[in-house]
Write a protein that binds this ligand. Structure first.
Ligand code: GAL
Length: 427
C-alpha cells in the first residue's frame, strides 16, 4: 500500500531542512535526545472510550455527554475507563479567522471547553484527535504548520490526551495523501497540491517530536497517542516521544482483523513498559461482529499484551455480556499490572498458542489460546511458563473466577476461538 519514499530528485537533507523551517521551529535536522518524553503519564496502559469504532464521524456533544454519563453509571469508570476521547470529525471544516481550530458549530454548539468541563465534573478525563499532516483522515484541518497553536488551544480547553494521526503527512502513503474532493491522482496531488517544502512529506519521528515539544510547552500534562498505524516503526522512537503508539492498521470488528493485528503486535513486547505502550488499536468488544467467546479472547489478549484498553462500543446499547467482559476486574488487573511487561507468545503450535505475561507479584498470567474452529486441549508446564519450581501452584481462572491447585502442568479444554486465562502463582 505504501510506495517507496519519493524525493523528486531533491536531496533528502534539503527537504528535511525546508520542512523544518516551514514548521517554524529550530532548524535542527533531528529531534534532540535530551527531550525524551518524561511526562509522568500512562504508567499503566491508558483506558477509556473512543467513538470511532462504533460511530465513525457520526458524533456530537449529546452522544459524548451521554457516554460520559454511561461510563459512570455502568461502572466502567470505576473499572478504570477514565478517558473519553473525541476522534476525527469533531471540527469545523475550516479554521477560524484567528487561525484556531473550531468545533463543528452544529454538532458541538457549546464547544469543546464546555464539554471538557462536563467530562471533568464527572471525574473523567477528555481526549481529542488531530493529525500531523495537512488534513485529518476525514479531511478536516490538520495541525501541519500549527503545532504550537493547536497544543496551546487544547491545553486551554483542558484536554488531557491527544491522539495524533498521520493522514496527509507523507507521500510514502500516497493513497491517503490527497483530498478526495480534489479529484486528482495521488501523483498529480503530490506535484500540484502539496506545499513545495512538503514534497517528500514529514518524517515520522520528527513530526511527532515537534508535537511532543509543543504539548510540553503548554505546561499541561497531556498524554500523547502516536497514530501512524505502524508506519515509520514507532516502537523504535515512540518511547521518547509519546505514551502509546499504534503498531498496526485500523482494527475491524472481525475475527480475521483481530488475528492479523495480534500477530503484528506480538513481536514488539520489548518496546513496551510504563510510560510507553504498543497500541494494537481500540477494542471492538460489543460491536456485534464477533461472538462473546471471541470478544473474551480479544479482550484477554489485549490485556496480556498490556495494550491500551479503549472501549469502542455503544454504551447505550450494551448487553450484560459485553459489560461483563469490559469490567472483568481480574483481566483488567493483568493489563494494568504495575510491572508493565507486555506478555509474549511462548509457544505457537499452529492453531494452539500459549501466551505468558509476568506480573509484579511474581505470578504469571497464562493464556491458552485456541485459534481453531473446534475445541482443543492445550497445556503448558509451569517451567515452560517461567514459574519457579514448586510442588503445586495456585491457578486462578480469570473468567470463571475459581481457584484450583495444579501441579507441574496448566491445562484446559479451550473452545473454538476461545482462551483460557489463568493467573498462576507458587503457593
Ligand atoms: C485513522 C485512525 C483511526 C481513526 C480514523 C479517523 O487513521 O487509525 O483510529 O482515528 O483515522 O479518521
Amino acid at each position: 500500500m505504501r510506495s517507496k519514499r519519493r524525493t523528486n530528485g531533491i536531496p533528502t537533507r534539503i527537504i528535511a531542512l525546508l520542512a523544518t523551517v516551514a514548521l517554524g521551529l529550530l532548524p535542527t535536522l533531528a529531534p534532540s535526545r535530551a527531550t525524551a518524553l518524561e511526562n509522568g503519564l500512562a504508567r499503566t496502559p491508558p483506558m477509556g472510550w473512543n467513538p470511532w469504532n462504533v460511530f465513525g464521524c457520526d458524533i456530537d456533544e449529546r452522544t459524548m455527554r451521554a457516554t460520559a454519563d454511561l461510563l459512570v453509571s455502568s461502572g466502567l469508570k470505576d473499572a478504570g475507563y477514565r478517558s473519553l476521547v473525541l476522534d476525527d470529525c469533531w471540527m469545523a471544516r475550516v479554521r477560524g479567522a484567528d487561525g484556531n481550530l473550531m468545533a463543528d458549530p452544529v454538532r458541538f454548539p457549546s464547544g469543546i471547553r464546555a464539554l471538557a468541563d462536563d467530562v471533568h465534573a464527572r471525574g473523567l478525563e477528555i481526549g481529542i484527535y488531530e493529525d500531523a499532516g495537512l488534513l485529518t483522515c476525514q479531511q478536516f484541518p490538520g495541525s501541519y504548520g500549527h503545532y504550537q497553536e493547536d497544543a496551546a488551544l487544547f491545553a486551554s480547553w483542558g484536554i488531557d490526551y491527544l491522539k495524533f494521526d498521520w493522514c496527509f503527512a507523507n507521500v510514502d502513503n500516497l493513497p491517503y495523501a490527497c483530498p478526495r474532493e480534489a479529484g486528482l491522482s495521488p501523483e498529480e496531488c503530490r506535484d500540484r497540491l502539496w506545499p513545495a517544502d512538503m514534497s517528500a512529506g514529514l518524517s515520522h519521528p520528527d513530526a511527532y517530536a515537534r508535537m511532543r515539544d509543543a504539548l510540553a510547552a503548554t505546561g499541561r500534562p497531556i498524554a500523547f497517542s502516536i497514530c501512524t498505524w505502524g508506519a515509520g516503526k514507532p516502537w523504535l522512537w515512540g518511547r521518547e516521544t509519546g505514551n502509546l503508539w499504534r503498531t498496526t492498521p485500523d482494527i475491524e470488528d472481525s475475527w480475521e482483523s483481530v488475528m492479523t493485528i495480534l500477530d503484528q503486535n506480538a513481536g514488539l513486547a520489548r518496546y513496551a513498559g510504563p510510560g510507553g505502550w504498543n497500541d494494537p488499536d481500540m477494542l471492538e468488544v460489543g460491536n456485534g461482529g464477533m461472538t462473546d467467546t471471541e470478544y473474551r479472547a480479544h479482550f484477554s489478549l489485549w490485556a496480556i499484551m498490556a495494550a491500551p484498553l479503549m472501549a469502542g462500543n455503544d454504551l447505550g446499547a450494551m448487553t450484560p455480556e459485553t459489560l461483563g467482559i469490559l469490567t472483568n476486574a481480574e483481566v483488567i488487573a493483568v493489563d494494568q499490572d504495575p510491572l508493565g511487561a507486555q506478555g509474549v507468545r511462548i509457544r505457537d503450535d499452529g492453531d494452539q498458542e500459549v501466551w505468558v505475561k509476568p506480573l509484579a507479584d511474581g505470578s504469571r498470567t497464562i493464556g491458552l489460546f485456541n485459534r481453531d474452529g473446534a475445541p482443543a486441549r492445550i497445556s503448558v508446564s509451569a517451567a515452560e511458563a517461567g514459574l519457579p519450581p514448586a510442588a503445586t501452584y495456585r491457578a486462578r481462572d480469570l473468567w470463571a473466577h475459581t481457584d484450583a491447585t495444579v501441579e507441574a502442568e496448566i491445562a484446559a479444554t479451550v473452545p473454538a476461538h476461545g482462551i483460557a486465562l489463568f493467573r498462576v502463582s507458587p503457593p
